[in-house]
Write a protein that binds this ligand. Structure first.
Ligand SMILES: *[C@@H]1O[C@H](CO)[C@@H](O)[C@H](O)[C@H]1NC(C)=O
Length: 315
């Protein structure tokens, strides 16, 4: 997780951009005892740590836990404020990776990263291209309460858990051709998308709770929130998950209806989607949404100068 995803550094970023690096470092040093406010990934990280606490109770000698690494290109002097803030909130983040402005991809690979969250869309894009599950995080529009004893993760389907092969057909040949194609190929599993591995990791940990008879009280819950409709194109998705041996706790087929209102009911700590209009719709209603820059959807929003929108909405 990057420092700008974990903490709210909007004001600090402004100082950096308007007044330069020296003033920025000075400011961070002068304010090293002022706790940073939570950023978009904060509640997600807290929920991961809650799962860790539950795992430690059940498996005291087991090392299979979430391991959170802070990735930052900040100056070492700024590290003091980050450490003070991490300690203030009682987070367990022992590893820092200070990249000094270099691309994080090499480090992400060295750490065998399962998921990379950052506020920098270019770094996320690079990581996706290197085959690392990653997403861009935006500051939340609203302050909403989150479930404290259950980690909730929501995924879009096409171009997130699955490849974009079917989305390509929607965009290039239209919906009718897509329905036809999905029905014809109902028994052919979809190829995997960039976030499949992370769902798999969550599934592995869920099984550790099931093995201790804690299925009903499992602190991890996963959701599929897709624009597909159940009747015409849902079966292929469910059969694909089954062929991978993966369970998803709840599958919501919205048949093109907006995702925002459903996400308000779920209150996920993070919602992954590849299309900016779903991200924006989710955000407007207070959901923490993370953009996965993968697949055909990107080409379409680039042609509608959405890259500019994406960049300007970053802190
Ligand atoms: C922050 O607190 C520490 C410990 O109380 C103190 O030594 C240090 O001078 C403080 N820093 C600033 C910039 O006030």
């Amino acid at each position: 997780v990057s420092s700008r995803a974990l903490f709210d550094l909007v004001e600090e970023r402004r100082i950096y951009e308007e007044q330069g690096v020296e003033r920025y470092v000075r400011y961070q040093q002068d304010n090293e005892n002022v706790t940073l406010k939570p950023g978009p990934a904060f509640n997600f990280v807290k929920a991961l740590e809650h799962v860790n606490a539950r795992l430690r109770e059940l498996y005291p000698d087991d090392e299979e836990l979430f391991d959170i690494v802070l990735m930052t290109n900040n100056h070492a002097q700024v590290g003091v404020r980050l450490i003070n803030s991490i300690n203030h909130y009682g987070l367990t983040i022992e590893r820092f990776c200070m990249t000094g402005g270099k691309s994080p991809v090499g480090y992400l690979k060295a750490y065998l990263t399962n998921l990379y969250l950052s506020a920098d869309s270019e770094k996320v894009q690079e990581a996706i291209e290197a085959g690392i599950a990653s997403a861009t995080m935006f500051s939340a529009n609203k302050d909403v309460p989150f479930c404290e004893n259950q980690l909730r993760v929501a995924f879009d389907g096409d171009a997130v858990l699955f490849s974009d092969e079917s989305e390509k057909i929607v965009k290039e040949q239209g919906l009718d051709r897509f329905f036809e194609h999905e029905q014809l190929n109902e028994n052919k599993p979809l190829a995997q998308g960039p976030l499949k591995g992370f769902l798999e990791d969550l599934g592995k940990l869920q099984k550790k709770f099931y093995a201790k008879n804690e299925r009903l009280d499992c602190p991890i819950r996963t959701y599929l929130v897709t624009a597909r409709s159940a009747a015409s194109s849902g079966a292929r998705v469910l059969k694909t998950l089954r062929s991978w041996g993966l369970e998803i706790d709840e599958a919501l087929f919205l048949a093109g209806a907006p995702k925002g209102p459903v996400l308000v009911k779920i209150r996920p700590h993070i919602f992954f989607d590849d299309q900016m209009f779903h991200i924006e719709g989710a955000q407007q209603l207070g959901t923490i949404a993370a953009h996965v820059p993968y697949g055909i959807g990107q080409k379409y929003y680039k042609s509608k100068p959405m890259t500019a929108v994406l960049k300007s909405s970053l802190p």
